[in-house]
Design a protein around this ligand. Structure first.
Ligand SMILES: Nc1nc2c(ncn2[C@@H]2O[C@H](COP(=O)(O)OP(=O)(O)OP(=O)(O)O)[C@@H](O)[C@H]2O)c(=O)[nH]1
Ligand SMILES: [Mg+2]
Length: 429
């Protein structure tokens, strides 16, 4: 049996200095908000933030991203605050990452590295662990700095084979070789898990699929619990959910949908993660409708909507119809922010997943949407085809029936996806 891949860093940093860079094209408040989110990510990873600093720069310095003067300025601060890590709110090139780590002599990571670390800590199921492991390994391969060396020593299932250095091979080359080999192992293990998932999914292909999407911490799981009567984990932490859960939900007028809760998105979500989580995110890309949950009480709500759109694009999911729900309206201090959002998205609904406000309207909106899909049909079904009649009662709204000697004449409203199954009985539509 393949081991679970536990890719949490064995000695994660505990005290960090955060660095934001305001580049020419950014506004200061954007850099500040982004740094605030980086702090939340660090805290989620169990790292205490001891100091934060922002450097304005027109363009990144190729060697250090920040200027050499700033590097010198930071060295004594690392000592003074007794920090064991420096975290950048930007993506560093492997070279910049190495140069900085050499200059500071403490673990140096970027936003992507930190997000990967949070995912590694929060992944619970085998599939999520493997997906995170794959993203980490791909990311670490060109880096293999302090933060990542443990990945080259991942258990690869078959027990402890001895690590032997080939002739003329450096430690770094050997580590790279091990990481590459681990990537192969993880890919294979993931394939096996995904196969199971596909079998499960095939059984659902006929049903209407609705997937919750949204920025991390927007309230997706809370809404899922309210609609599905479930108790998946919902908490005030980034990336509380890393798996998907799917449940049947009955709407008024007898429609039944499959509702999925899944991983949340974030600004600059590492593409390695999107790639590795493609299977989990199929709940999104194969949905008939997306229910986009927005934390309307967040000052950055609009930017978060834009960040969700970026990921949806990466998933090829922008063509899927979407219902937008402005959540946490119980937390709003004033209506002003909500009004601006409402003006931009006039069709959105306002809800409080926690308190229950607006939920009935949301359910009605869903029911209405799927109700409209039904086409009115007249069918003549022989008594020998009981199954077809079952299908009509199960998925359609039967408007009228008339029993003759040979067949049942049925007038029914049926969603278009079932038309093919009954087309042979069609009298008129
Ligand atoms: N005040 C208020 N808090 C809410 C509401 N909905 C969710 N929350 C809180 O917001 C936090 C995040 O909720 P989750 O449901 O875990 O959010 P999520 O979108 O699933 O987050 P991730 O899985 O981390 O991406 C929790 O502390 C919830 O209790 C709401 O309507 N009002
Ligand atoms: Mg969640």
């Amino acid at each position: 049996m393949q081991e679970f891949y536990d890719t949490r860093a064995p000695n994660p940093p505990t005290r960090a200095i955060l660095i934001g860079v305001k580049l020419r094209d950014n506004l200061l408040h954007e850099t500040e908000e982004s740094l605030q989110e980086l702090r939340q990510l660090a805290e989620t990873a169990g790292i205490e933030v001891v100091c934060e600093t922002i450097q304005p720069r027109n363009i990144p310095n190729p060697t250090y991203f920040i200027g050499e003067g700033k590097v010198e300025e930071l060295k004594p601060l690392i000592e003074e605050f007794n920090a064991d890590a420096v975290i950048f709110d930007e993506e560093l090139s492997p070279g910049q990452n190495r140069n900085l780590e050499r200059a500071f002599d403490v673990t140096t990571i970027d936003r992507t590295g930190l997000i990967l670390q949070v995912f590694a800590q929060r992944a619970l199921t085998k599939e999520a662990r493997l997906q995170v492991a794959l993203a980490q390994l791909e990311y670490a391969l060109p880096r293999l700095t302090r933060m990542w060396t443990h990945l080259s020593r991942l258990a690869t299932g078959g027990g402890g084979s001895r690590r032997l250095r080939g002739p003329g091979e450096t430690q770094l080359e050997m580590d790279r070789r091990w990481v590459r080999r681990n990537i192969g192992h993880v890919r294979k293990a993931l394939k096996a898990v995904e196969k199971q998932r596909h079998v499960q999914r095939r059984n659902r292909s006929e049903k209407i699929k609705v997937s919750l999407v949204g920025y991390t911490n927007a309230g997706k799981s809370t809404l899922f619990n309210r609609l599905a009567g479930e108790t998946v984990l919902a908490e005030d932490k980034l990336f509380a959910t890393l798996d998907s859960t799917t449940r049947k939900v009955n709407l008024p007028q007898k429609q039944q949908i499959l509702l999925s809760d899944t991983v949340g998105f974030i600004k600059k979500l590492p593409h390695q993660l999107v790639e590795a989580f493609k299977a989990t995110l199929e709940e999104v890309s194969e949905a008939d409708l997306l229910l986009h949950v927005v934390d309307a009480s967040h000052p950055e709500a609009e930017a978060q909507i834009a960040a969700v759109d970026v990921v949806l694009e990466e998933l090829d999911a922008t063509q899927i119809p979407m219902v937008m729900a402005f959540n946490k309206i119980d937390r709003l201090k004033n209506e002003e922010g909500l009004q601006i959002l409402r003006n931009r998205y006039p069709d959105a609904l306002s809800i409080s997943a926690q308190r229950g406000d607006g939920i009935a309207d949301l359910v009605d909106a869903l029911a209405h949407r799927f109700g409209e899909r039904g086409t009115a049909l007249s069918l003549s079904i022989p008594y020998t085809d009981g199954q077809a009649l079952d299908l009509l009662y199960k998925h359609g709204t039967v408007l009228d029936t008339e029993y003759t000697d040979e067949a049942v004449h049925v007038k029914v409203r049926l969603p278009s996806r079932y038309l093919k199954s009954v087309s042979q009985f069609l009298v008129s539509s």
